[in-house]
Design a protein around this ligand. Structure first.
Ligand code: SAM
Ligand code: SF4
Length: 337
């Protein structure tokens, strides 16, 4: 348990550059029911042994500590979170027992539909649905699985239930203009935020990302939607938001590879193995799983997190330079995108 002094001392988590940390992204599995080509290699994927993955109980300990440290928003991600048995019950405990103020989940939507009513009931704050294309052949080509119909069913059911929804689409070199325009039709009709994500070098390949588009996502969108105007910067979501005339929803750009939002970054990550990352581009700064398994109590875990946050890199380029071996071989499915 926390002592009063410790609770007071760390009720707001602030890093060494004065950035307040209020957002935790927690990956609950490295496994997935898709094999997106920019996230996982086609073959030879080695999944972590179950004993190396945080148990739900361990993750609840970490979320409890995080809340005491001032974290207000928790995003559950993976791998595919709903591919892990018990994910829905875990989300329910996080919301209804631990009282996470803003609970979000990032999912590929393949098996999401069956959980949507429960997600609505527990008061999920939002779902980020990953969908790169609504062309069936391309979907299979990118994800290596024929599951577009299930994803679209989840999309429409989430809309019907009025669950706040964002659609995330990774832009690759071979993403066609038609695909982007077809995706954008989703926001013409529906109040959805469609965010285009820059490809990042986390495919697990030795050569890093090899499908990076030659022009920026912004240039691409501006040429396709000339009337597009920037309306805001969503610092929390690290997205720039744009309006397209006549659209019910918005378009966003997440410039994760350009690293334009580092100065306001409010996130920490915990991987499914319990590795704390204070930057997407670092190699992990602490093994929280071992700490818990060695018997550390909440206060000791909190102190370690506070300590690591006080040694954060100023920006992602520096974190990459200092800690990553190049080329990058980490996969996003392991990190928890
Ligand atoms: N399986 C879930 C999903 O796909 O939404 C959650 C985990 S996935 C790793 C989270 C997000 O990371 C997805 O939106 C995916 O498109 C994105 N992602 C994965 N690899 C990426 C990469 N190399 N560059 C940019 N985004 C990537
Ligand atoms: Fe799975 Fe998500 Fe990675 Fe695709 S992006 S392979 S759905 S974890």
């Amino acid at each position: 348990m926390f002592t009063d002094t410790a609770t007071q001392a760390v009720s707001t988590l602030i890093d060494n550059f004065g950035r307040e940390i209020s957002y935790l992204r927690l990956s609950i599995t490295d496994r997935c029911n898709l094999r997106c080509r920019y996230c996982m290699p086609e073959e030879g994927v080695t999944f972590l042994d179950h004993s190396k993955i945080l148990s739900y109980e361990e993750m609840e300990t970490l979320v409890r500590v995080a809340l005491r440290l001032g974290i207000k928003k928790v995003r559950i991600t993976g791998g595919e979170p709903f591919a892990r048995k018990g994910c829905m019950d875990f989300l329910e405990r996080l919301k209804l027992q631990l009282g996470v103020p803003a609970l979000h989940v990032t999912t590929n939507g393949v098996v999401l539909q069956q959980y949507l009513a429960d997600l609505k009931r527990i008061g999920i704050s939002g779902i980020n649905l990953s969908l790169d294309t609504i062309n069936r052949g391309r979907f299979e080509n990118i994800t290596r699985r024929d599951q577009l119909d299930s994803v679209l069913s989840s999309f429409y059911e989430a809309l019907r239930l009025s669950i706040p929804l964002k659609v995330n689409s990774v832009i690759q070199a071979d993403t066609t203009d038609d695909e982007i325009v077809e995706l954008a039709k989703l926001i013409t009709m529906h109040p959805v935020s469609l965010r285009f994500i820059e490809l990042m070098p986390f495919s697990g390949k030795k050569s890093g990302a090899d499908n990076t588009p030659a022009i920026s996502v912004e240039e691409r969108l501006r040429s396709l939607f000339p009337g597009m105007t920037e309306i805001s910067s969503d610092v929390i979501e690290t997205a720039r938001i744009f309006h397209i005339p006549g659209a019910a929803g918005t378009v966003g750009i997440i410039e994760g590879h350009s690293r334009k939002f580092c100065s306001t970054c409010n996130k920490i990550r915990i991987t499914s193995q319990g590795i704390l990352k204070t930057c997407l581009y670092d190699r992990g700064v602490c093994d929280l799983r071992s700490l818990i398994r060695e018997g550390a109590d909440d206060e000791q875990v909190a102190n370690v997190i506070v300590n690591r946050v006080s040694k954060r890199y100023e920006h992602g380029k520096l974190a990459e330079e200092k800690t990553l071996q190049t080329p990058v071989q980490e996969t996003m499915s392991r990190i928890g995108g």
